[in-house]
Ligand binder design. Sequence first.
Ligand code: ADP
Ligand code: MG
Length: 320
Amino acid sequence: MSEVLAVDAADLTKTYGALTALDRISIQVAQGEVYGILGPNGAGKTTFLRMLFGLLRPDSGTLEVFGRSWQSHGIGVLEGVAGFIESPRFYPGLTGRKNLQLLAGLDGGATAARVDEVLDAVDLTERQGSKVSGYSFGMRQRLGVAASLLRNPSLLVLDEPANGLDPAGIRDMRALVKRLASSGLTVLLSSHDMGEVEHICDDVTIMRTGSVVYHGSITALREQAPAQAHRITTTDADAAEELTRARGLDVTRTDNTLAVRGPQDRIDALLADIIGAGIALRGLSLDETPLEALFFMLTEPAPDAVTVDVDTPATSGAHQ
Ligand SMILES: Nc1ncnc2c1ncn2[C@@H]1O[C@H](COP(=O)(O)OP(=O)(O)O)[C@@H](O)[C@H]1O
Ligand SMILES: [Mg+2]
């Protein structure tokens, strides 16, 4: 028998009038993994996480957390579950530490040593005595994680933890989630950023307007991703395009810039061709990463939207 799943959601549906916020969503999170729910704004990520916390009831479908359901266990479902939806809230006029002590009080209190530990885990030891009103957005998010850790959770749920953070804040939040994950904690996080999920998560569910468009491992997803495009700007786009076609590379053109896809060695050879032909190179850059490109293909509305068969390897048609 396999271990009980941390989260086992099956066919969850939620409608708001004519709007279907969740359309038969199934998500399974194994214990110990870092699981990402990825999707653009409005995909239904928060709606799903609200259901997990019992803040919202599904119209239909079932949801179990560590084998417990809201119907049979009530609030007991949340034993071992901590996290926050959208942004954590604190008393701005109180210090970070005082906020944690108050929150711990709701759960029966925490020792000073435990408060020290969680502050250290999120790198807020030095600022624990400052009022939360003076915290950066990233520090507040980290304090939110600290508050969640106070409960010694087995499952940590984070709704877009890096949303609104500056690059340093994003880096710190990623490092924090990775550290927590390596301690064996199961982490379920939502994000609209493929780069974030790609580097943190083992498995991912990609959602678009309430539906699952992919679920599986990041490794499997990477195998389905299209080749990354090189953007090449030259002083003679006509000639450069001709050289590109002669090399058998896939090319699309916008003004003087070519977007070229193909094996790296052939692209390297093409660059040598261009320069060898006396054409000057004005710009060379890499397009979005292959996984980002795939994410946009999967989630951006288009009349002929791409779908990847769930649980089956993509066919080459999925790359068009
Ligand atoms: N209380 C509500 N009433 C009506 N529509 C809602 C409500 N909550 C969410 N929605 C809609 O459901 C969809 C999914 O929202 P949400 O789960 O917040 O998406 P995400 O978190 O992925 O950005 C959106 O179209 C949103 O406008
Ligand atoms: Mg949301």
